[in-house]
Ligand binder design. Structure first.
Ligand code: ATP
Ligand code: MG
Length: 357
């Protein structure tokens, strides 16, 4: 039976980069008989404008009935004056939790062609290949109670709650250990167990689950040290597992080591391997509509989709090799451009990858 992919281009550069990723996926669909069908829907600001909500029921239903979701990005200055409950970003948070996508895989790989684009010295970053496993449906981004309240003395007070139950920690732990088993078998769990009780529980559960994976070497690190180590000696890491907020921050640091946020894909998976795939960057309103966004993060997200949800490693390898070939041909979008390289637009980059395929 055909496998269904829900396509949610979103806002800003979202539609531009998703169009390039679909070029690649449509070609492989035909070339390798993948039997995939696509259906589009609105999310984020585009959905708010059409339906008054960033996650319409019709979009949610489509995603629930699909085998995978391909997402561009959401948000932009146009929707910033809106209340939090209907902001584009809330649509993204809601879909992650509605689909139970608790495990967010964020590879940070430095392509050898882009060593000079990294903010760090070549000897510190060349060969960098880290996987960050971020818990995505719990922690402080979802904890209740939350809000801004008025105190009796007339002062306002903002509050959020950081909560994790044992079962939430256990399932992300299993996901991270399994990921490490497929890589170099080193897992670093990042917490703040010296200050936050909830992450002391996190550390204890990680250690306990680790007994089921004797082939994986588990270490623990405080988040402040992990941030420093990522910039000082990033190659010491293989797989990092951490909470929702720490993962958000650490993966942006890791992104900069690889040269451009426009290069990095992500997968968000549920317990069955069904998933949503998106670039780690946002809707980049500053460059939207200019045709200069880098589509490679989204194209590489499609490779992750083929690998993790559709179990098509050969198709995923072909995409990754084609991206590599495009970089070898010295073709660069503006964000990764340097002297002597050929500067191309979003769609020219997509075409170059397609030609390589
Ligand atoms: P979000 O809150 O959704 O994560 P953000 O505010 O962190 O978004 P991004 O939209 O990710 O910001 O953009 C950060 C910077 O990176 C911007 O200057 C943007 O132009 C640039 N950028 C993001 N994605 C790309 C891309 N695919 N190609 C080129 N530049 C990009
Ligand atoms: Mg961001």
């Amino acid at each position: 039976m055909a496998k269904k992919i829900a396509v949610l281009p979103g806002d800003g550069i979202g539609p531009e980069i998703v169009a390039e990723a679909l070029k690649i996926l449509s070609f492989l669909n035909t070339d390798m008989n993948l039997d995939l069908v696509f259906e589009n829907a609105l999310i984020g600001g585009a959905a708010y404008d059409a339906f008054g909500t960033p996650l319409p029921q019709i979009t949610l239903n489509l995603c629930k009935n699909a085998d995978a979701v391909l997402l561009g990005a959401v948000g932009g200055p146009k929707w910033e004056p809106l209340p939090h409950a209907v902001r584009p970003e809330r649509g993204l948070l809601s879909i992650r939790s509605e689909l139970n996508l608790f495990s967010n895989l964020r590879p940070a790989i430095l392509c050898p062609q882009l060593v000079d684009a990294s903010t760090l010295k070549p000897e510190v970053v060349s060969g960098l290949d880290i996987m960050i496993v971020r818990e995505l449906t719990g922690g402080i981004y979802f904890g209740q109670p939350r809000g801004i309240r008025l105190l009796e003395n007339g002062e306002q007070q903002g509050y959020n709650t950081l909560v994790y139950s044992e079962s939430e920690i256990r399932r992300i732990a299993h996901s991270a250990f399994k990921t490490a088993q497929k890589r170099h078998k080193k897992l670093c769990s990042v917490d703040k167990a010296n200050v936050l009780e909830v992450t002391e529980l996190w550390r204890n559960v990680m250690t306990e689950v680790g007994k089921d994976y004797p082939d994986v070497q588990l270490t623990h690190m405080y988040v402040d040290n992990a941030a420093m180590q990522l910039v000082r000696a990033p190659k010491q890491f293989d797989v990092i597992v951490t909470t929702n907020m720490f993962g958000d921050i650490l993966s942006d640091i890791a992104a900069m080591l690889t040269g451009s946020i426009g290069m990095l894909p992500s997968a968000s998976l549920d317990a069955s391997g069904k998933g949503m795939y998106e670039p780690i960057h946002g809707s980049a309103p500053d460059i939207a509509g200019k045709g200069i966004a880098n589509p490679l993060a989204t194209i590489l997200s499609v490779a992750m989709m083929l690998r993790y949800t559709f179990n098509q490693p050969a198709a995923a390898d072909r995409i990754e090799q084609a991206v590599n070939a495009a970089l070898d041909a010295q073709v660069r979008t503006a964000d990764i451009h340097s002297e002597g390289m050929v500067k191309v637009s979003t769609s020219e980059m997509g075409d170059t990858v397609l030609d390589a395929l």
